[in-house]
Structures are given as structure tokens and as C-alpha cells.
Design a protein around this ligand. Structure first.
Ligand code: HEM
Length: 224
């Protein structure tokens, strides 16, 4: 038999991420990319001269920001639900490692090329902690985004949210600080994206398991 075919047969295939988790990942990735680009444009609308009365560019970019923003709100809600209540418990199993000092030490050592990373679920403890942080940042940026939205759109959903938005605005000390914090937290996503992509590629090379591939096809191919 051809040597390469034989080698391929020695690999085991394991399902890591279901279709729902993969869809949520890529919808979030797309929404965050659009939100970062459009958000920073909204903060500094360099295409329109200050004295110009043509604000259509700003309007369309704000429209794109809101569409992607509502998408992020929806995916964040579904994703939070799935983490806690999905029948597939590959993510929840990682919580055990988060509270185990042994798992933390094993993970940190494995980053220095000492030993292997043995995990109860799909994530290592540091990874789960960072993802939890990103989930909290997503909820925060959705709440502040909806608060900014409700200031301008008083009908429909904006109207429904108006009491909640007024409460958030007063808790945060005014609309200017809601806007500022929405802007600051945008940077959390930039820092995360750089580290996340680097770590996804590095993990695949370091541990010889599929890493980027699992979030595309759902499957990890590895030796027995
Ligand atoms: C990763 C997610 C997000 C990022 C990176 C982001 C980024 C930004 C940035 C940088 C600004 C400009 C703030 C400034 O004026 O300095 C902004 C404004 C705004 N964002 Fe977001 N945002 C996100 C999510 C959302 C969500 C979920 C919503 C609501 C559904 C939202 C609604 C708004 C609104 C209404 C404004 C004000 C627009 C204006 O002043 O015309 N954003 N966003």
C-alpha cells in the first residue's frame, strides 16, 4: 500500500466542535471584524471634512455597525446559552481544569515545551479564563452599544430599551463615559485577536493536534 495512505489511516478522527459552535465562532469573528473597522471610523470619520454637511458616509457606516452589533448581541446570547445548557459538554468539562492547580501548572509548563497538556475538556485553564474574559467583554460592549443605540432610536427596540439604557447611562456616569468605555473595550478585542490567532496556530504546531482546522471542519485528526 502507498506509504502516505497507510500513514493517514494511523490517524484518529475526533469531533471537537459541533456545527452550532463553529457557526457561532465564524459569525462572531465576522461581526467583530466589521464592528472594529466601522467603530473606529465612527470615532474618527476621516472621509468627511468637518465643515461638510454630507453625513451619508457616516450614516451608512453607523448602519453597518448596528447590523453587525445586533448580530454580535444575538450570537453572544446563543453562545452563552450553549456554554451552560448544550447537551454536548466538551466546553463545560474544561471548568474542572480552571479550578485545578495541577492543570494550571501542566499548562504553563507545556507552554515552555515541558510535558504535554492533558485537558478534561477542549480548553486549557488559561484559555478558558481568557475566553471567559472575552465573553464578559462581549456582554459589556453589547450593553454599552445598545445604550448608545437607544439614545438615537426612540421607536421599536430603542423604545423598549430606553429605561434600561437610561439606567446604564446613569450608573456609568453619563453618556460620554458610556461612549468612552465602549471605545476602550474595543481595544480588548484587538489585543485578543492578535493573541488568539497566534496561539491557535502555535498550539497546532506545538501539540501536533489540529487546532485551526477544528474550528473549520469540527474534527481533530491525530495519532492514536
Ligand atoms: C466588538 C464589538 C464592538 C466594537 C469593537 C465597537 C466599537 C465601537 C467604537 C470604536 C465606537 C466609536 C466610539 C467613539 O465615538 O469613540 C462605537 C460606537 C458605537 N457603537 Fe460600537 N462596537 C462594538 C459593538 C457594538 C454593539 C453590539 C452595538 C449595538 C448593537 C454597538 C453600537 C454602537 C453605537 C450606537 C455607537 C455610536 C455611533 C455614533 O456615535 O454614531 N456597538 N463602537
Amino acid at each position: 500500500m502507498d506509504k502516505h495512505i497507510q500513514e493517514v489511516r494511523e490517524f484518529k478522527r475526533t469531533l471537537v466542535f459541533t456545527g452550532a459552535l463553529r457557526a457561532a465562532h465564524w459569525l462572531r469573528a465576522a461581526a467583530i471584524t466589521v464592528l472594529l473597522i466601522s467603530g473606529f471610523y465612527l470615532a474618527w470619520p476621516f472621509l468627511v471634512a468637518p465643515e461638510n454637511s454630507d453625513v451619508l458616509v457616516q450614516g451608512w457606516i453607523r448602519f453597518g455597525h448596528l447590523i453587525a452589533g445586533f448580530l454580535l448581541c444575538a450570537v453572544t446570547a446563543v453562545r452563552t446559552y450553549l456554554f451552560f445548557f448544550s447537551r454536548y459538554d466538551v466546553e463545560r468539562r474544561s471548568v474542572r481544569d480552571l479550578f485545578s492547580l495541577k492543570s494550571w501548572i501542566a499548562q504553563l509548563k507545556s507552554y515552555f515545551w515541558i510535558g504535554q497538556l492533558k485537558k478534561a475538556g477542549v480548553y486549557g485553564p488559561l484559555q478558558l479564563l481568557v475566553y471567559t474574559g472575552i465573553a464578559v467583554a462581549s456582554i459589556f460592549i453589547c450593553i454599552t452599544g445598545l445604550t448608545l443605540y437607544a439614545q438615537v432610536y426612540h421607536l421599536g427596540m430603542g423604545g423598549m430599551l430606553s429605561d434600561f439604557a437610561a439606567w446604564i447611562t446613569s450608573v456609568m456616569g453619563g453618556l460620554a463615559s458610556v461612549r468612552l468605555w465602549h471605545h476602550y473595550v474595543a481595544w480588548v478585542f484587538i489585543v485578543f485577536l492578535v493573541l488568539h490567532i497566534y496561539m491557535a496556530v502555535w498550539t497546532g504546531i506545538r501539540f501536533k493536534h489540529n487546532s485551526v482546522e477544528v474550528i473549520v471542519s469540527g474534527y481533530d485528526y491525530h495519532r492514536h
